[in-house]
Design a protein around this ligand. Sequence first.
Ligand SMILES: [Fe+2]
Length: 242
Amino acid sequence: MSLFNPQKTLGEAGFFEGLVDFHSHILPGVDDGIKEMEHSLQVLDYYERKGVSTVWCTPHVYEDLPNKTDDLKERFEQLKEAYKGKIRLMLAAEYMLDHEFASRLADGDLLPIGDDHDHLLVETSFFNGPENLEQLFRQILSKGFYPVLAHPERYIYMGKSDYLKWKEMKVKFQLNYTALAGLYGKEAQQKATWLLSNEMYDACGSDLHNVRFVTEEKSELATMRIKSKSVVKLLNIKRPNC
Ligand SMILES: [Fe+2]
């Protein structure tokens, strides 16, 4: 059977070996992601067995959930202390592009992402973007950061012309790889497939919020199947260009 046989799962195709998960909500008890430390450790244990190399913890920060930078750092230290395995754990945040973010950007109160800490993982509402989205991207760039738009495939208000415009502006894109298997519906799957086939993604992540994703007998990660053409491209971004 070929390595890229369409019937293979991500695991069988070698996707997890050396993977950098660029987006996850496994820092426990700080957002709508995993609540218990024990569950975070279960996810990390599963990832370790699969060969994942690095996990970025990217808790939400937005107006109604204004997680303070120092509190996130403290919780992250607790996770690092509890986890005894081999995965490299890193801390950043997923910032909603709202007033809270604008004020943190102005103050330099940020948790950047990427090996050189010169990127910011950002998101918008799935339904409507902020009117000043372009201006916000420009402000981020002018502060010396690359914006990394989390899961561009999931925004129902964005289309191909938007994607091309943001890429032209040097905005980077992070794929939720589960979108390729249809986890967010057909439209997101089609957008993800198009973006991936046009090599517009710079990083990929699980956006994992729940331990069930990895612990049920037939966990979604274990059974997820993706078209062979997409898997080839996906393997190219399992280590981010960020
Ligand atoms: Fe997220």
